[in-house]
Design a binder for this molecule. Structure first.
Ligand code: MLT
Length: 322
């Protein structure tokens, strides 16, 4: 098959694909480059950090299969994908485990002052009494977007001895029951925001979630609460968050995703001491990426076989499809 890999995936998967297929790499390439390299490609593999626009896909008449090596679909023109009838395979499971664990890493980093404590200790300053922090146990965890990743965060929070509240865009009795089994009480987002000591954001970026956490939502949050965002940068209004942190309304925030991402981009929160910033590494564990790589290989193999057999649809791929 003719494959374009537009993002860095696990090296074992790249090597295995390269051994069997005609593979072009263009990691995180801009639109004009993608428009050139995609021309004769049948399969496109990508993650976040690259924009898969209609203009890019239009250049590839042979394109049939898109593999989103992860969860988010905010960087692909889904209307175009549907109109043209392209097959889109998402692989959300493996990254969810990594993102959920990282949510706890960030909550702990904030609650226990781990980054400033590290910096001071390296400087020879023994700030033992200035670095007193907070427990997660017996606190309220609020999960905004209790879906695939968020419900995992909530389940882990419950195991940690936290009271867990969650909200979803379309609540149903079935979802409520499923979340209850994981120790999460489904309620309105307003209650989640106003009751939680730690708020973790896990909604996809869509028209109705852009700046969901704006000045008004931040004002609803409990004074002294912590905010963690591992979803998408556009979901949180960074300037409003800055204001809430500077005024001391929020005690701290950790952001793995940012309105502006990439080399040379500096967050408007970068000068605040009560903020932890990481470069969109939530899904970035070797384990998760290796698992994603194996699913990519299975998906490509199944698709190639279906093409060879002349079947209209690839079969057997386990990941979620659009
Ligand atoms: C995802 O949506 O799966 C994550 O943002 C990870 C990524 O693709 O880089």
């Amino acid at each position: 098959m003719k494959i374009l890999v537009a993002s860095a995936i696990h090296p074992d998967a790249l090597e295995a694909l390269e051994a069997k297929h005609d593979l072009v790499r263009a990691f995180n390439a801009p639109e004009d480059v993608l428009k050139e390299v995609i021309r004769d490609r049948e399969i496109l593999i990508f993650r976040s950090g690259v924009q898969i626009t209609a203009a890019v896909m239009e250049q590839a008449p042979e394109l049939k299969l898109l593999i989103r090596a992860g969860s988010g679909t905010d960087n692909i023109d889904l209307d175009y994908v549907r109109e043209r009838g392209l097959k889109l395979v998402r692989i959300p499971g493996p990254g969810a485990k990594a993102v959920a664990e990282m949510a706890f890493g960030l909550m702990l980093a904030l609650a226990r002052n781990i980054l400033p404590a590290d910096q001071l200790t390296r400087q020879g300053r023994w700030a033992k009494h200035q670095m007193t922090g907070y427990l997660l146990t017996e606190k309220v965890l609020g999960v905004v977007g209790a879906g695939n990743i968020g419900s995992r965060v909530g389940w882990m929070g419950a195991a940690w001895g936290m009271t867990v509240l969650g909200c979803v865009e379309h609540p149903t009795p079935e979802k409520e029951a499923r979340l209850r089994e994981k120790g999460i009480r489904l309620t309105h987002c307003q209650e989640v925001l106003s009751q939680a000591d730690f708020v973790s954001i896990h909604v996809p970026l869509k028209e109705n979630t852009r700046n969901l956490i704006d000045a008004q939502a931040l004002a609803m949050m409990k004074p002294g609460a912590f905010l963690v965002n591992l979803a998408r940068g556009g979901v949180v209004d960074e300037l409003a968050l800055r204001d809430a942190l500077v005024r001391g309304h929020l005690r701290g925030a950790a952001l793995d995703v940012h309105a502006q991402e990439g080399e040379g981009k500096i967050s408007p929160l970068a000068d605040l001491p009560n903020v932890v910033l990481t470069p969109h590494i939530g899904a970035g564990t070797f384990d998760s990426q290796a698992e994603i790589g194996r699913i990519i290989l299975d998906t490509v193999t199944t698709f190639a076989q279906s093409q060879a057999d002349g079947a209209a649809e690839p079969v057997g791929a386990s990941p979620s499809t659009l």
